[in-house]
Design a protein around this ligand. Structure first.
Ligand SMILES: *[C@@H]1O[C@H](CO)[C@@H](O)[C@H](O)[C@H]1NC(C)=O
Ligand SMILES: *[C@@H]1O[C@H](CO)[C@@H](O)[C@H](O)[C@H]1NC(C)=O
Length: 624
């Protein structure tokens, strides 16, 4: 038996397992009221599609159009479905079948319809129109995210009746009503999000994490102000006893087969295993438990977003170490989280995961949770796309009327999260530069732009000034020191990044630069006549026997002249010194072009009018 067939058998097993626990799936409905023609007047039920934006808490009036061609809505609509000014918006009616529900809705939206009604093509109870399974319509399914009209499935008989009325020339006016789609019993909304830390499942995982990021600010505000009670949840399965020793259960389960999750890539040999996913999910659940115990349950949103940004699978950072760092940066008790996670290899149950498995089973109003992600608001499964606006609308419709928080009326708000612990973001304490930014989406850790200087980095542990102006801000994050009248900096103007210790120093340039002892390390001033003295950032060298120290050549000049002269005729010495002086002067001219060294000019000015007491010594000078 090859690995492949073994695997597919195992997947049959998963399906069997799930099949036995699928239990009940509740079709969420809203009302469709026909106001005309008279013969059809009445209130009907329709099922809310699991995409687009249902107008939770609201109503929508429209006029039904059944197109003459493209009646299944699988192609672009030729004629515009936009309503003319002064008329009702268009609700396009299409037939079920031939293509995905989402494609019909997308075509309807592009055609200008305000909503789409899909007539079932068989006689059956209403079903929930869902998005295509992963890998099926996945080729170009990014359009699904763009659907923002509401959709409703109606029964075959209602569809037939509407079509008949339209063909006889009647106008069919409809009121779609979502006001009772969610219960709204009191002044607080309870909601749950069933999710997973797995970030390698394609567009579905992406839309899930994008939702968490965009909804974070609203979620935290609602929770902090007491308007909502949020609980995250994680699905796990268990390994049937007969398979406990199989490779499949070992790589996908923890606690001896008690809690399992599917392998992220469905390939046991590659990447992370289901086991890793269960452990990270458990960490997230435990993080919530610990944060909730310290009365800050909303920190879960920070943890989950930060973990997804800092510890993604594709960068091989989906690890305990990375998770630990995120937990620590948020100031949550890591030991408590670890205690809650326990030992994944132990043959024992885990209290948190046991509670999660129990919660998977639904109750009277709510079906069992079998698909991810699932959002449950006031004990009813949310339908529609996972976007901030759509979900906020649904949550807001869960409040008793007139008790909605102001966020339901205005999207603008600040959370002031940077005030605490700097929001867990990077900060340069000395200069008070921070990557924490307060937005209506909650706090984000983004390297800042200050006085046109762009900081670059991950925003959590490190940001670095870049660009040609960067030395003006906080010295570009580089080392800088002043002693007396001397100043040295490791930030080089014109270089767009990095720090480099100046000549005469060594070190990383960012935190420190140490003076190099040129004398001790025998880097300069080593000729027999030389006397070396180290200074901060440089060295001084003097020559014995009245010789002149030429710094560029690191030697005492006049040595050959002195030996040649032998007897010591004064004019010869003067001549030699004159030649040496001219040479040095020529050298100086060459240097001045490059360095404009005023100090050397000063020395030379001293010696050019050669006097009779050539006590030539040279000071070492820094500054180049
Ligand atoms: C969160 O904390 C509150 C009170 O501190 C408690 O009543 C509630 O059960 C906790 N929720 C969870 C899921 O632990
Ligand atoms: C840093 O900035 C914050 C907010 O602008 C201010 O409250 C704080 O006093 C500053 N700290 C320092 C050391 O400058």
């Amino acid at each position: 038996m090859t690995m492949r067939t073994k695997q597919s058998c195992f997947w049959c097993l998963w399906i069997l397992l799930c099949g036995s626990c699928v239990g009940r799936f509740v079709v969420e409905k809203n009302n469709l009221k026909i106001t005309s023609p008279k013969s059809l007047r009445g209130i009907y039920e329709c099922a809310i599609g699991n995409f687009g934006v249902p107008k939770y808490g609201g109503t929508m009036i429209g006029s039904v159009v059944y197109p003459k061609s493209n009646q299944n809505g699988c192609r672009n609509f030729d004629a515009s479905l936009s309503s003319k000014p002064g008329t009702f918006p268009t609700f396009v009616l299409v037939d079920r079948g031939d293509c995905y529900f989402t494609l019909k809705a997308w075509n309807a939206q592009k055609g200008g319809a305000a909503a789409i009604l899909v007539a079932d093509n068989r006689i059956e109870p209403l079903i929930t129109m869902d998005t295509p399974e992963e890998g099926n319509g996945a080729k170009d399914d990014d359009y699904i995210e763009k659907i923002n009209i509401p959709s409703a499935l109606i029964s075959k008989s209602l569809g037939d009746n509407i079509k008949q009325a339209l063909s006889s020339g009647a106008m069919v006016n409809v009121n779609l009503d979502w006001r009772e789609a969610l219960p709204h019993p009191d002044e607080r909304v309870e909601y749950e999000f069933w999710t997973s830390s797995n970030d390698e499942c394609g567009p579905k995982c992406e839309s899930e994490i994008n939702f968490v990021k965009s909804f974070k600010g609203a979620a935290q505000l609602l929770e902090q102000k007491g308007f909502a009670k949020f609980t995250p949840h994680y699905i796990t399965w268990y390994c049937p006893e007969a398979f406990l020793l199989s490779q499949q259960c070992k790589s996908q389960c923890i606690n001896n087969g008690r809690y399992c999750a599917p392998d992220p890539e469905l390939d046991f040999k590659r990447g992370y295993n289901g086991r890793d996913v269960v452990i990270q999910n458990l960490r997230q659940a435990c993080f919530f438990k610990v944060a909730n115990e310290s009365r800050k349950p909303w920190q879960w949103w920070d943890y989950v977003t930060d973990f997804s940004i800092r510890c993604p699978m594709r960068e091989n950072k989906y690890t305990e170490e990375c998770s630990d760092q995120v937990i620590k940066s948020l100031g949550v008790d890591l030991k408590k989280v670890k205690d809650c996670v326990g030992d994944p290899s132990a043959n024992a149950g885990n209290a948190v995961l046991n509670a999660e498995q129990d919660a998977q089973i639904g109750n009277d109003d709510r079906g069992d949770v079998t698909i991810l992600p699932t959002l449950i608001i006031n004990n009813r499964q949310y339908r529609g796309k996972l976007s901030r606006a759509a979900v906020l609308k649904a949550i807001c419709s869960g409040f008793q009327e007139t008790t909605e928080p102001s966020i339901c009326l205005t999207p603008d708000m600040e959370t002031n999260e940077c005030l605490q612990n700097n929001g867990g973001c990077w900060q340069d304490k000395a200069s008070n530069i921070t990557a924490c930014r307060d937005t209506f989406r909650g706090r984000v850790c983004e390297c800042p732009i200050i006085q046109n200087v762009q900081f670059v980095g991950d925003g959590y542990t490190h940001c670095e000034a870049t660009g040609t102006l960067r030395c003006a801000i906080n010295n570009g994050g580089c080392w800088k020191e002043t002693r007396g009248s001397r100043s040295y900096s490791a930030c080089i103007d014109g270089h767009t990044k990095g720090c480099k210790c100046p000549p005469g120093f060594r070190g990383d340039g960012a935190n420190s630069c140490e003076d190099v002892d040129e004398c001790k390390e025998k880097l300069a001033c080593q000729c027999p006549e030389c006397q070396c003295k180290n200074t901060w950032g440089s060295y001084e060298c003097s020559c014995s026997d009245g010789l002149f120290y030429a710094r560029e050549n690191d030697m005492c000049i006049g040595k050959y002249a002195a030996s040649m002269a032998g007897g010591g005729i004064v004019w010869l010495v003067i001549l030699v010194l004159g030649i040496a002086g001219t040479g040095v002067y020529a050298f100086y001219k060459y240097r001045i072009q490059r360095y404009m060294d005023s100090e050397i000019r000063a020395i030379m000015a001293q010696y050019m009018p050669l006097d009779n007491q050539p006590e030539i010594s040279s000071q070492a000078h820094e500054g180049v």
